[in-house]
Design a protein around this ligand. Structure first.
Ligand SMILES: Nc1ncnc2c1ncn2[C@@H]1O[C@H](COP(=O)(O)OP(=O)(O)OP(=O)(O)O)[C@@H](O)[C@H]1O
Length: 589
């Protein structure tokens, strides 16, 4: 049977800012034994376009229904998705209209399978590349590609790795430029595949508790069409990192930090999509690196298709994905008959709040929330020891290669596996517990700035206030209840007084550290309250950043809480350090 969705994308669909479609992957053999029916099913197609789907928890009979633009079933192929959702946006890039297609969903839900594909079943990326190349044949048009990843809120070139990260900057005409990003011409699919496979090997992936080969970064492949050296438009094809419920992944250390950044940026992306489809005046592009980088390809007449990928065996995860995806469409609230069902509105709010808390790494708050919201969680306490996966089989870093059934990694589209000596692997990816021989890909040459970042953070660690109402920190969600987020009480203290036995040198050093903290805090406070003229007078800010700051303050009254928040106005950690150094030096002039 054909994909249960609206027919081929019509011109009416093209006027929709963001089209949201669902795709549910087949059960993997590891899931088949316990699987009964997929947690998501199609209820009906609407004559005017759109479908209604139902999500149902087999264990509790909770269920919700959502209206979205299209639904692709387990048996539907990627080429069906391409024909129905992507093919129609391609001609528009030849007319100067950018387009973006992205796969969104929980870890292990089939995003990479959909975007990258396998040797036998090419994904949307190779399908789009071959279609664009074919359209250029016999014309003056040429194609270039770029490929980058956003990892831990930093952006790196995957085609021509460089030490510097890629920055989104406005040129003098106000057009956004990705400074440092390489664009490589391709004339054939052979050239495309060669480049793309090299980039894929460089992408950060790792074994997690939920996916053998899990993407740890958002990867953006762009195909840009030019005619007689004038750029016309580009198509971005994005394989997002998966949202993760860290109760299930049991992530720790670097994996937990990655996961927090992943969830944070996915939430920011869903805020942008939601604002676009609601035609809001202000689109919160500056909430994350990813949305800043995609500013010229999301909204403003661009075509966007969001493919929300679902794991048929995971009800709660799927409900979270669809709930966030449906924020972009018109959510329709349907009544449900079972007494045990959680009202739709509540689920939606819970999912939003949970996503936000996760994005901030607030696991304690999530646990409290589970107590508050979830009837299941309160009845069946989670046993961590029961869930904990053995770490001995973890493989730190390897190319994400798709198989048909989740188990063994087969050689597919590329020939990705290369033996690399451990010392060539960045420290955070090194395997410490594995005894079995490892196969890893060429390591990413992405620089590891963490040590440097950590020391900067330590040296300039800001003074945070205690008890911050969570609601204040949620940018656009006025519905959420005020949750007080307890933090370790911090007293403003004088280290010199508290350490009576300190040597004169120690006292002097402590004084310097207090001064540093005070300077940082004053500087952040100033950015939170100063008017435009005052901001412009600050070193390193200038007119454009002053405007950005005022815009950020409209989204959130105090956008700068830590030095890292200065990344939101495009300042690198080196620039931040330089500004503070100059400010401190200025005191003694
Ligand atoms: N349509 C499909 N048909 C067959 N197998 C699939 C399909 N979609 C996904 N899979 C399999 O499911 C597993 C998880 O898929 P995939 O790695 O694409 O998930 P993901 O959403 O990209 O995960 P992550 O966010 O952790 O990177 C893989 O083993 C993949 O081969």
């Amino acid at each position: 049977m054909a994909a249960a969705s609206t027919p081929a994308r019509s011109s009416a669909h093209l006027s929709q800012p963001v089209r949201v479609v669902l795709r549910v992957r087949p059960f993997l053999s590891s899931e088949a034994a316990s699987a009964t029916a997929p947690c998501v099913s199609l209820l009906g197609c609407h004559p005017g376009g759109g479908v209604t789907v139902q999500l149902k928890d087999q264990h509790t009979s909770r269920s919700e229904q959502y209206k979205l633009d299209a639904f692709f079933r387990q048996e539907d192929s990627v080429s069906q998705i391409f024909d129905q959702e992507v093919r129609a946006v391609i001609p528009s890039i030849f007319e100067g209209i950018n387009a973006t297609v992205f796969a969104y969903g929980a870890t292990g839900s089939g995003k990479t399978y959909t975007m990258q594909g396998t040797e036998d079943f090419p994904g949307l990326i190779p399908l789009a590349a071959s279609t664009i190349l074919a359209l250029c044949t016999g014309t003056w048009c040429s194609v270039e590609i770029s490929y980058y990843e956003v990892y831990m809120e930093r952006c790196y070139d995957l085609l021509e790795p460089k030490a510097k990260e890629i920055m989104a900057l406005d040129d003098k005409d106000g057009n956004m430029q990705l400074k440092g990003l390489s664009w490589v011409p391709v004339r054939s699919m052979e050239e495309f595949q060669e480049l793309y496979s090299i980039g894929v090997q460089r992408r950060k992936v790792a074994h997690t508790g939920l996916n053998d080969v899990s993407s740890r970064s958002h990867a953006v492949l762009s195909l840009r069409v030019s005619s007689t050296d004038v750029v016309k438009g580009k198509l971005n094809l994005i394989d997002l990192a998966g949202s993760e419920d860290n109760k299930r992944t049991l992530n720790e250390g670097i994996r937990l930090q990655e996961s927090s950044k992943i969830n944070q940026s996915l939430f920011a992306l869903s805020n942008v999509i939601s604002a676009l489809n609601k035609n809001e005046h202000r689109i919160p592009y500056r909430q994350s690196k990813l949305t800043r980088l995609l500013r010229d390809s999301l909204g403003g007449g661009c075509r966007t298709v969001m493919i929300a990928c679902l794991n048929p065996a995971e009800y709660q995860e799927s409900a979270n994905t669809v709930s966030l995806a449906a924020r972009s469409c018109h959510i329709e609230n349907f009544t449900s008959s079972s007494k045990q069902e959680t009202p739709k509105l509540k689920i939606d709010m819970e999912a939003k709040l949970r996503a936000w808390l996760e994005s901030k790494g607030k696991t304690k708050s999530i646990q409290r929330m589970d107590g508050l919201f979830s009837p299941i969680a309160s009845k069946t306490p989670l046993s961590v020891s029961h869930m904990k996966q053995p770490t001995s089989s973890r493989i730190p870093c390897r190319v994400k290669a798709m198989d048909q059934d989740g188990g063994k990694i087969k050689k597919i589209l590329f020939d990705p596996v290369v033996h690399v000596p451990t010392e060539n692997i960045p420290r955070e990816h090194r395997q410490t517990e594995v005894n079995t021989p490892k196969k890893v890909v060429l390591p990413s040459v992405t620089p590891c700035n963490e040590k440097h970042e950590a020391s900067l953070r330590k040296a300039l660690s800001p003074i945070s206030s205690n008890m911050v109402p969570v609601e204040q920190q949620i940018p656009d969600n006025g519905n959420c209840p005020v949750l007080l987020e307890p933090q370790t009480p911090i007293e403003k203290r004088n280290i010199v007084e508290e350490t009576p036995g300190a040597t004169p040198l120690e006292r002097f050093n402590a004084l310097g550290s207090n001064l540093k903290e005070a300077l940082v805090q004053q500087y952040l406070d100033l950015l939170n309250v100063a008017n435009k003229e005052e901001l412009q007078q600050l070193k390193g800010i200038g007119a454009r950043r002053a405007e950005y700051i005022l815009e950020l303050r409209e989204d959130s009254p105090k956008p700068f809480k830590t030095l890292e928040d200065l990344g939101n106005i495009g300042l690198s950690s080196k620039q931040i350090r330089d500004i503070l150094k100059k400010t401190a030096t200025g005191i003694f002039k």
